[in-house]
Design a protein around this ligand. Structure first.
Ligand code: TXA
Ligand code: MG
Length: 350
C-alpha cells in the first residue's frame, strides 16, 4: 500500500456541545468542498468521504483505503431532491425513501450524466443513501455537495464502527477524522437495486429482505450469484475473504445447545468463542474466559466488527462463531460472518 503523510486533524464530537459540533462540521464540510477527505460517523459504519462530483477527490478515497479504483461508491445525501445524481426517481424508490430515509438503505438507480465514472466505477447506475446520523447530515449539508463514501477501513479489514479504529486505519491518510459514539447498527447499509425490471437485494443490512418484500412484493436475492460476481478470488490466497480478520474464522451451525457444547469441548487455548443468543434467552453467565456472548442478533450485529478486530489485537489464532438463523437481521449478520469465515461452516449434529 502506498505510503501517505497527510496531516490528519481528528475531532471527537461526542463530548462537544451543539454549537462546537456545528462549527467542526462546517469546517469539515469546507474540506470536502475543496476536494479533501473526511472520515465521518454514520449509523451503520464509519465512512471515508469526499466530494462525489469531483473525480480527483474521489480518487483520493481509493488512495487512502489502498483499494483498486474500480469499485463503485455510495453517494451520501442530506436532501431528498436527487437532481443531478440520478436520472429519475421511480415511484418504488420514492416510497422507500419516504419510509426508510434517513436510514440504512442504499438505492441503486440510473445515474445522472454529471456523476463521474470514478464514483460509479463506470457503471450507468449509482448508489444513494441518506445516513441517520446528525453529524453526517450536518457535514453533507455544510459541504454544499454530495459525499461519496466507502467504509472507513483500510482495504481488507472489517468495517470500523468506532472513532478509534478509524484513527488506527486512516490517520496520516485523510484530511479529517470525525468521531461520535460507536455506530448504532454496526453492519453496512442494505443495498437494493431498483434499476432493473425486478428489485434486487445486493447486500442485506438492517432494512431486511422481509421488510422489502412486504413493501414491494417481489424482491430477488441470489447470494450465491452475487458471490460469484464480486467475491471471486482476485489473487491467490484471497479466496472469498472480505470482512477478514487475521485469525481464522469458523462458523458452527445447528441447535444452540449442541453447538455450544461442541465449541467448548473442541476449542484450543488460542481460540476465541463467540456465542449469540438469537432469541435473547437469559443464559447463566458461566462462560469461561476467551468467550464473548451477545444477547441478541442486534447486539451481535452492532459489535461483531469491533469484536473481530479485538480478537486480532489479542492475538487469537482462531475465532469460532455460533451461527444464527438467516431471517431478518440474522440474514445480514450471517452474510458478513460467512465472508469472514471464507465459507468455512461446520454442521453440528446432536
Ligand atoms: O452503510 C454503508 O453503506 C457504508 C456507510 C459508510 O454509508 N458504506 C459502505 O460502502 O458500506 P462500501 O464502499 O464499503 O460498500 C459499497 C457497496 C460496494 O459493495 C459496491 O459494490 C456497492 O455498494 N455499489 C455501489 N454502487 C453500486 C452500483 N451502482 N451498482 C451495484 N453496486 C454498487
Ligand atoms: Mg466496505
Amino acid at each position: 500500500m502506498e505510503e501517505m503523510h497527510i496531516k490528519t486533524r481528528c475531532f471527537d464530537l461526542t463530548a462537544m456541545d451543539e454549537t462546537r459540533r456545528q462549527t467542526i462540521c462546517e469546517a469539515a464540510g469546507a474540506v470536502i468542498r475543496q476536494g479533501g477527505t473526511v472520515v465521518f460517523p454514520t449509523e451503520t459504519v464509519y465512512g471515508l468521504g469526499a466530494n462525489a462530483l469531483n473525480p480527483e477527490a474521489v480518487r483520493s478515497i481509493y488512495r487512502a483505503k489502498g483499494r483498486p479504483s474500480d469499485n463503485p461508491l455510495i453517494i451520501h445525501v442530506a436532501d431528498f431532491d436527487l437532481t443531478g445524481i440520478v436520472r429519475e426517481v421511480p415511484p418504488q424508490a420514492q416510497m422507500l425513501m419516504k419510509k426508510y430515509w434517513p436510514g440504512p438503505l442504499t438505492l441503486i438507480l440510473k445515474k445522472a450524466p454529471g456523476v463521474p465514472d470514478e464514483t460509479t466505477g463506470s457503471l450507468d447506475t449509482v448508489g444513494v443513501r441518506m445516513p441517520d446520523q446528525p453529524a453526517a447530515l450536518a457535514l453533507i449539508r455544510a459541504s454544499g455537495t454530495v459525499v461519496a463514501a466507502p467504509s472507513a477501513n483500510i482495504s481488507g479489514r472489517p468495517s470500523p464502527t468506532t472513532y478509534e479504529r478509524c484513527i488506527q486505519d486512516l490517520a496520516g491518510r485523510v484530511d479529517v477524522i470525525l468521531g461520535m459514539d460507536p455506530s448504532r447498527v454496526g453492519l453496512e447499509s442494505t443495498i437494493l437495486d431498483l434499476s432493473g425490471e425486478v428489485p434486487e437485494l445486493l447486500r442485506p443490512g438492517a432494512v431486511t429482505l422481509e421488510d422489502l418484500r412486504s413493501d414491494l412484493g417481489e424482491v430477488r436475492y441470489a447470494p450465491s450469484a452475487s458471490l460469484k460476481e464480486d467475491e471471486a478470488p482476485r489473487a491467490p490466497g484471497m479466496k472469498y475473504r472480505h470482512y477478514a480478520p487475521n485469525a481464522r474464522v469458523t462458523l458452527f451451525q445447528g441447535d444452540p445447545e449442541p453447538v455450544r457444547r461442541h465449541m467448548l469441548d473442541r476449542r484450543q487455548p488460542d481460540t476465541l468463542l463467540i456465542f449469540i443468543d438469537a432469541n435473547g434467552s437469559k443464559e447463566p453467565a458461566d462462560d469461561p474466559s476467551g468467550t464473548v456472548r451477545f444477547g441478541s442478533v442486534e447486539e451481535a450485529a452492532r459489535r461483531i466488527f469491533e469484536t473481530l478486530r479485538l480478537a486480532d489485537d489479542g492475538g487469537a489464532r482462531q475465532i469460532w462463531i455460533q451461527a444464527v438463523a438467516e431471517t431478518g437481521l440474522g440474514l445480514s449478520l450471517m452474510n458478513r460472518l460467512k465472508k469472514a469465515a471464507a465459507y468455512e461452516i461446520v454442521e453440528v449434529k446432536e
